[in-house]
Design a protein around this ligand. Structure first.
Ligand code: MLT
Length: 274
């Protein structure tokens, strides 16, 4: 499905009916990553909406206009378009950075915040420089560098060996991402603020999920992230890397479903009053 929001054609999945769950994909991926969660949550009685962020998947890729504020505003505009006042929102990695922005700028849209394989800190100076250099190279035609930098570290070493079909599929998503989306999001991630010292302000029900073989977000960071959120639970998925939702979908679904059920008991997720 697709619609025009904020003057841009946005593609999205909208499956199931019931309390709403919105899933925000990571970098440099697309909504296709959520297929196992869309299937499980919609079968369990939830309405699951998963957009392709601007610049990714089947959504339009403007030359400019990439920022965490803009990504969050696109999510809110899509929710409003779909008549979703409030939802449990899950964000994977870069999707988690967008979720932090949503909590700060649009807290009433979020009934529960599921942080998957993500972190609250900003990039350090060296990280910002690396992102800026990579963005410049991508714009100069070296887009393959993104696949080179990300494809392997997205997975647990065991997955690379034992589940090569998943790795190939994810590579095909990376290859499909637009140059504008890749470069614009790298710059947007470099500019994102640090939220770690402010997590105490977010008293929404929250879930922090990690994976024991994540090469991008070390599992040791999950406990402190969860502890800093006043109202949170956490889980660490065994035998998985950064793409835990594809590598170990059943464990991820079980943890996510438990959280989503808890949130839906506390809030009426069908309300349309934003
Ligand atoms: C992601 O998976 O979204 C990225 O690895 C996030 C990042 O590069 O910080």
């Amino acid at each position: 499905m697709h619609t025009t929001i904020n003057n841009l054609r946005i593609a999205y999945t909208d499956e199931g009916s019931g309390p709403a769950v919105v899933l925000i994909h990571g970098f440099p991926l697309s909504r296709a990553m959520w297929q196992p969660q869309v299937a499980a949550l919609s079968a369990a009685g939830f309405r699951v909406v998963a957009p392709d962020l601007r610049g990714f998947g089947d959504s339009e890729a403007p030359r400019e206009g990439y920022s965490m504020d803009q990504f969050a505003d696109d999510i809110v505009a899509l929710m409003n378009h779909l008549g979703i006042g409030r939802a449990v929102v899950g964000g994977m990695s870069m999707g988690g950075y967008i979720l932090l922005n949503l909590l700060k700028r649009h807290p009433r849209k979020v009934a529960g915040a599921a942080f998957l394989l993500t972190r609250c800190n900003a990039d350090d100076a060296a990280g910002k420089t690396r992102r800026a250099e990579l963005a410049a190279k991508v714009r100069a035609g070296e887009r393959a560098l993104v696949e080179k930098a990300f494809a392997d570290i997205l997975f647990a070493p065991r997955t690379l060996k034992e589940q090569p079909q998943i790795v190939d599929t994810v590579r095909s998503w990376i290859q499909k991402t637009s140059i504008a989306g890749l470069a614009g999001s790298l710059e947007a991630m470099a500019q994102r603020p640090d939220y770690c010292a402010r997590l105490g302000e977010f008293d929404h029900p929250a879930l922090v999920m990690g994976a024991d073989d994540d090469q991008i977000v070390p599992p040791e960071t999950i406990g402190p992230f969860a502890t800093a959120l006043p109202n949170s639970t956490s889980c660490v998925i065994p035998g998985a890397g950064h793409m835990a939702n594809l590598e170990q979908p059943q464990s991820v679904n079980a943890c996510l479903l438990k959280f989503v059920r808890l949130c839906s008991q506390r809030f009426d997720l069908r309300d349309n009053n934003g």
